[in-house]
Design a protein around this ligand. Structure first.
Ligand code: FES
Length: 164
């Protein structure tokens, strides 16, 4: 996916990283306080935040990469890896947690042979935890490609994934 064309010019998923990000980031040049917005815009464009993009953003905002990584790791909305073709989200809010969502995550990690927060090697599935989805009456909740599944068990979670 990532391809160096010549130093300083990187083609990434069909976009020229520096040139395209320069356009996206232009309104935020030198504005550290716009870090979250800048990160969101870039993640919307690329689907996640690769190391090369973090470097670009840090340079634009006049921040150190360490400072910017601190922001990225603080907010769960930001991802360092590309999502799979199918995105599986398991709610980790209080109601879902109490009703067994950690067991669902564990079953899916085993089924997909990945850890939560990762994408399968074939790029088909990614697994992540989300904060309360607002459907607590259905706890525990699992969301697959925006389809909500309620009262999920470890067994039914595996079945849902295997039907895809
Ligand atoms: S806690 Fe899971 S939907 Fe609210």
């Amino acid at each position: 996916m990532l391809k160096y064309v010549f130093p300083g010019r990187i083609i990434f998923g069909g976009i020229v990283l520096h040139e395209d990000l320069s356009q996206i980031l232009a309104p935020y040049k030198g504005k550290k306080g716009s870090a979250i917005t800048a990160l969101q815009k870039v993640q919307d464009k690329l689907g996640y935040l690769p190391e090369e993009a973090i470097t670009e953003i840090a340079n634009f905002l006049s921040m150190s990469q360490n400072e910017l990584y601190g922001v990225v790791t603080f907010y769960s909305q930001f991802r360092f890896t590309k999502r799979g073709e199918h995105n599986i989200q398991v709610c980790s809010g209080t109601a879902c947690h109490v009703r067994g969502s950690p067991n669902i995550v564990e079953a899916l990690e085993e089924e997909l042979c990945i850890n939560c927060g990762e994408t399968t090697k074939d790029g088909k599935f990614s697994l992540e935890k989300i904060a309360c989805f607002g459907a607590c009456a259905l706890a525990p909740v699992m969301v697959v490609d925006k389809n909500i599944h309620g009262r999920v068990t470890p067994v039914s979670a595996r079945q849902i994934v295997n039907k895809i």
